[in-house]
Design a protein around this ligand. Structure first.
Ligand SMILES: [Zn+2]
Length: 522
C-alpha cells in the first residue's frame, strides 16, 4: 500500500517534471515579458496619445509652431510617467505656420476646390487673389519659353500634367478589360514622358520653373501631385518666394485643366493665410530611463517626430512616435531599473534629410560609441514584418537571441535578413549605421502606405491600425529590455560588403552625412 503510493507519487512527479520542461521549452516564461504584454494589452495609452498628438496638435512640419508644441507635449507626457526628458536644440529652421487655404473656381461657375498651399508657400497677404488660369505650353526650347514668359503676368499657371484617370491601377485591374487597362497605361506613359519633356524644354526643372514664373509676374502656381490612390495627393514644399503655390486634387485640377484647354478661361480665387515666423530653434526630444549596472551603455528607441503637413502625420511618423512612447511608458512601469540606460530619440526634421538624428550622432559621440542597439520604426502603421542586420556581421547572434523573447504571434511573421546590407538613408537608423553603431529598422507591413498615407493629404488618425501599433510597442519594449539585459556588449564587426556587379569594386559602407543645422533659408 505504502509502496504503491510512493510509486504513484514518483510517477506524478515525473509527469509534472516533463510537463514543466515542455512548457518552459515551448514558451520561455519571463515575468518582465509577460508584464510588458499585459500592460500593452490591458492598459494601452495608444488611442489617447494618438488623439492628443494627431488630432489635437496635428502635423509637425519642421520650424512650425506645431512641431514645438509636440516637443513640449512629449515633455509633459514623459514627465507624467516619471521619465526624465529634455528638448535638445540641434539647429534652426525657417519658421512658418500654415493658415487657412481657400481655393474656389469663380468662373464659369462657383465651385470650392479641394486644395491647399504647399508647405512654406507665401501667403496672399490677407486677401483673395482672383485670376485666370493658363497651362504651361509646349516650347521648342528655353528661348521660346523666355519669349513667352511675360504672358504669365497676372495669371495662375498650371504646371502639372492632368492625369488621364483618377482611378488607381488596382481598380482598373479589377474592373477594366485587359485591353482598355493596357491602352490607358500606354497613353499615360506617353503623356507623362511628353510632360517631362515640356518641363525640360523650358530650360528649368520642377524646382526652378516656379521661381522663373514668379519672376515673370505670375499670380500663383497651381500643381497637382497625385499619389495614385482615390483622393490622395502628396503635399511637399513650395519654391516661390512671393506668390502662392498650391496643390489641387486630381479631380479639381483635371476639371480646371480641361476648361482652360477648351478656351473657357476659368477664373480661380486663392486665399492663403500662412505666416512667416523668422528663424526658430529646432529640437530633438530625448527621454531616458537610467541604467543601474551599466549606465554608460545605451539601448535606444527611435522614431522621427516631424512630418509633412498635407494632413496630420498619422502614419509618418505618428505611429512610430506612439510605438516608442508607449514602449517607454511600459518599460518604466514594469522594468524601471534597467541594466543599461534606455533612451528614446524623437527626432526633428527627418523629412529634410535625417537632420535631427544626424545632429545627435555628431553631438553625442559618447552615447553612439556605447550604443548597445537602436531600434527605429518609420514606415507606417503596420505590424513589423522585416528586420535586417544592417550589415553587422554578428547581428544574427544577438538579434535572434533577443527576438526569441518576443511572443510567438509577434515574432513568427518577422522575416530577418542577416547580415543584410547597411541602409544609407530612408530613416534615422541610417544616421547611426553610417558611424558603425548597431542600429536597426523595425520595418512594417505596408497597408498601402506609399499610395495613401506617406506624405499625403490623407495621413490621418483613421488610418492607424491600433492592434498593429500595439504589436509594435510590445516588440520594441521587449527588444529594448532584452538588449539592456544582455550580458554581452554587441559586436560592431561589419560584414564584407558585396561586389558591385557593374564596377567590380566592393560596395562602400554608407558615409556619415552632416546635419543641416540652419534650414529653409538661402
Ligand atoms: Zn517618416
Amino acid at each position: 500500500m505504502n509502496h504503491k503510493i510512493t510509486l504513484m507519487k514518483r510517477i506524478s512527479f515525473l509527469l509534472a517534471f516533463i510537463l514543466c520542461s515542455f512548457i518552459s521549452f515551448s514558451q520561455t516564461k519571463d515575468p518582465i515579458v509577460e508584464s510588458i504584454v499585459k500592460e500593452a494589452n490591458e492598459n494601452s495609452q495608444l488611442e489617447k496619445l494618438a488623439h492628443e498628438l494627431i488630432d489635437g496638435i496635428g502635423p509637425r512640419l519642421v520650424g512650425s509652431p506645431q512641431m514645438k508644441q509636440a516637443n513640449d507635449w512629449a515633455i509633459a507626457k514623459y514627465t507624467s510617467w516619471g521619465i526624465p526628458v529634455r528638448n535638445e536644440k540641434w539647429g534652426e529652421w525657417r519658421g512658418w505656420e500654415r493658415g487657412a487655404s481657400h481655393i474656389d473656381m469663380v468662373y464659369p461657375r462657383v465651385k470650392s476646390l479641394e486644395g491647399m498651399q504647399l508647405a512654406w508657400s507665401p501667403s496672399t497677404g490677407g486677401k483673395a487673389v482672383i485670376a485666370e488660369t493658363i497651362i504651361l505650353p509646349e516650347f521648342a526650347d528655353s528661348l521660346a519659353f523666355q519669349k513667352w514668359l511675360p504672358s504669365v503676368k497676372g495669371k495662375f499657371v498650371m504646371i502639372s500634367m492632368s492625369q488621364p484617370t483618377g482611378r488607381p491601377d488596382y481598380n482598373w485591374e479589377e474592373f477594366g478589360t485587359k485591353e482598355s487597362f493596357e491602352k490607358m497605361k500606354k497613353a499615360r506613359t506617353e503623356q507623362t514622358e511628353a510632360w517631362t519633356k515640356r518641363i525640360t524644354n523650358t530650360g528649368k526643372t520642377t524646382r526652378t520653373l516656379p521661381v522663373a514664373l514668379e519672376k515673370g509676374g505670375a499670380a500663383g502656381i497651381i500643381t497637382s501631385l497625385w499619389s495614385k490612390g482615390f483622393g490622395a495627393n502628396k503635399i511637399f514644399g513650395a519654391y516661390t518666394k512671393k506668390i502662392p503655390t498650391v496643390d489641387i486634387s486630381l479631380e479639381d485640377y483635371g476639371m480646371i485643366y480641361r476648361l482652360t484647354e477648351s478656351g473657357i478661361k476659368p477664373k480661380i480665387s486663392i486665399k492663403a493665410d500662412s505666416k512667416e515666423l523668422g528663424l526658430v530653434p529646432t529640437f530633438n526630444t530625448i527621454a531616458e530611463i537610467k541604467g543601474t549596472e551599466k549606465p554608460n551603455e545605451y539601448v535606444m528607441l527611435s522614431a522621427h517626430f516631424d512630418s509633412w503637413d498635407g494632413a496630420n502625420g498619422a502614419t509618418d511618423n505618428g505611429t512610430g512616435t506612439l510605438t516608442m512612447m508607449e514602449a517607454m511608458r511600459i518599460l518604466k512601469k514594469v522594468y524601471p531599473n534597467p541594466k543599461r540606460t534606455i533612451l528614446v530619440g524623437h527626432w526633428g526634421s527627418e523629412e529634410q534629410g535625417l537632420n535631427g538624428s544626424r545632429a545627435f550622432v555628431e553631438d553625442h559621440a559618447e552615447i553612439v560609441a556605447n550604443l548597445q542597439a537602436l531600434f527605429n520604426q518609420d514606415n507606417g502603421t503596420g505590424r513589423v514584418v522585416n528586420i535586417s542586420g544592417q550589415g553587422f556581421l554578428n547581428s544574427y547572434e544577438y538579434l535572434s537571441r533577443w527576438l526569441s523573447k518576443v511572443p510567438e504571434s509577434i515574432r513568427t511573421p518577422i522575416e530577418t535578413k542577416f547580415p543584410g546590407t547597411p541602409g544609407g538613408g530612408g530613416s534615422d537608423f541610417a544616421s547611426f549605421v553610417a558611424v558603425g553603431a548597431p542600429a536597426f529598422s523595425l520595418s512594417s507591413l505596408n497597408w498601402s502606405y506609399g499610395t495613401y498615407t506617406w506624405h499625403t493629404n490623407r495621413d490621418t488618425y483613421d488610418k492607424i491600425v491600433f492592434d498593429d501599433v500595439r504589436n509594435n510597442a510590445i516588440l520594441a519594449a521587449i527588444m529594448a529590455y532584452a538588449a539592456s539585459e544582455d550580458p554581452n556588449k554587441t559586436s560592431r564587426d561589419k560584414s564584407i560588403m558585396p561586389v558591385n556587379t557593374k564596377t567590380g569594386e566592393l560596395t562602400a559602407w554608407p558615409e556619415q552625412k552632416k546635419a543641416t543645422r540652419k534650414g529653409g533659408v538661402d
